[in-house]
Write a protein that binds this ligand. Structure first.
Ligand code: GLC
Length: 431
């Protein structure tokens, strides 16, 4: 057991609140959706049962229409804004009213595949299958009204890449007038120059207030908002989760659920092709209101490698990442884009969860060398800079929150991957 392993486990245990894990003390004192699913992967290395509980807790707060909210406010805490009173979703345990990347299906399948307690894994996976499928169904019913096979996000926070350059133009349509006065809390925990701007925050809140005025009725929100973006990373995660859930459902003999998820994955994978940019060597977002691709080379378009995309596309994505030329990969925005900001949140910095999903996707496409390069870079970064929320891709400077849960979880995953690579012949390391 290495020091890095021990330090990662310590962080996961320190942020564990019994049945869910907070991302970090202070900045994020509740349960976040995709954080929890990825955190469960880390937990599975030392406590399988606890890992299942993490995801089960999230799904205990699923809405009756199938949506799984992006935050569950388990216990009151003034340290975060916007809190439950701003969302006002009327849930028994308060939650936010928007969702986040649907990585649960992938996580559950991975927990199941690696489980040493096979009986427990079968029982707990079987109970989660219909719930995760209901979430996938919710996406296609509410976020894909034309049946194109891809879903839209209606708030930048749904993407998980809050202030990405991807949203700038579409977001400019969102008004800032008329919102209630507010005080941000994030900038009291982290440096303001590493966080989203005030102008972004005003628009985040306008959307929240707008959806709240529509009573969080998901059948109405898509048509009623000026911000509808089809994000390749977000869709790739949903598609991969649907494909993984289909495999898992087959293994467990749940053939109806398998067929439904398979159909989402197959249709989505084909539709993803409409977002490919040959010029940029990656996928791009589409502004659904304008019906046009968004000219922004973010990590969302690289994250598409997480879905079962054609091998040639994956190889091109690997080259594009190589071309970034940063000491630490993967920058969240192409460094030669004039809008790149080396330390501002999702406009440049490296995030380990994104690295993990890209590395996994590239490995599945047969690009072991490119995948291993991301694993190596990620572990170097942690050895240099500790378990931060995100990092400067050039210097490796740690940014945002500290002792960060999903960063620790990903380190456990990367360490396991690095072990696998070390036991393989050398050429598997080279691209
Ligand atoms: C930030 C990130 C988001 C994450 C959350 C909790 O809002 O942008 O992806 O889920 O923090 O860690």
């Amino acid at each position: 057991m290495t020091d890095l392993y021990r330090a990662a486990v310590e962080i996961l245990q320190e942020n564990d609140r019994g049945s869910y894990t907070i991302p970090t003390k202070g900045l994020y004192p509740f349960q976040w959706n995709w954080d929890s699913c990825l955190t469960a992967l880390g937990q599975s290395h030392f406590d399988e049962s606890r890992a299942w509980t993490e995801i089960e807790t999230l799904f205990a707060h699923q809405w009756s229409d199938g949506m799984v909210p992006h935050i569950v406010f388990h216990t009151p805490d003034d340290g975060y804004f916007p809190g439950p009173d701003v969302w006002a979703t009327g849930r028994p345990v308060p939650t936010s009213g928007i969702t986040q990347p649907a990585v649960a299906g992938f996580a559950i399948r991975r927990l199941f595949d690696r489980a040493t307690d096979r009986g427990q894994a079968a029982t707990r996976a079987r109970a989660l299958l219909p719930k995760v499928t209901a979430w996938h169904r919710w996406f296609f019913q509410n976020r894909d009204p034309e049946g194109e096979g891809l879903v839209a996000i209606l708030h930048p926070w749904e993407s998980g890449r809050d202030n990405s350059v991807d949203w700038d133009d579409a977001f400019a349509r969102v008004p800032t007038e008329g919102i209630a006065p507010y005080t941000r809390r994030d900038t009291q925990h982290a440096a303001p120059e590493h966080r989203p701007t005030k102008e972004h925050y005003d628009r985040y809140l306008w959307l929240v207030e707008h959806f709240r005025a529509l009573n969080w009725d998901n059948t109405r929100l898509h048509a009623a908002t000026p911000f509808q973006v089809v994000d390749p990373g977000f869709n790739a995660i949903l598609i991969r989760s649907a494909a993984d859930l289909a495999d898992l459902a087959e293994t467990l003999g749940e053939l109806g659920l398998a067929a439904e998820n398979r159909a989402y994955a197959t249709r989505g994978t084909a539709a993803l092709e409409s977002l490919w940019s040959e010029d940029h060597g990656q996928y791009l977002c589409r502004d659904r209101v304008l019906g046009a691709l968004i000219d922004s080379r973010s990590s969302g378009g690289l994250l598409a490698a997480f879905a079962p995309i054609p091998a040639a596309r994956a190889a091109r994505i690997a080259q594009t990442i190589e071309g970034h030329g940063t000491r630490f990969r993967v920058a969240s925005q192409a460094p030669d884009d004039p809008r790149f900001q080396v330390q501002r949140y999702w406009r440049g910095p490296v995030w380990l969860v994104v690295n993990y999903m890209i590395a996994d996707g590239l490995a599945r496409s047969g690009l072991a060398g490119a995948s291993a390069a991301i694993t190596r870079s990620s572990l170097d970064l942690i050895r240099t800079s500790g378990f931060a929320e995100y990092y400067d891709p050039r210097s490796g400077e740690p940014l945002g929150g500290v002792r960060f849960t999903w960063t620790a979880a990903m380190v456990l995953e990367f360490l396991a991957l690095a072990d696998l690579c070390q036991s393989a012949p050398d050429e598997r390391w080279e691209s």
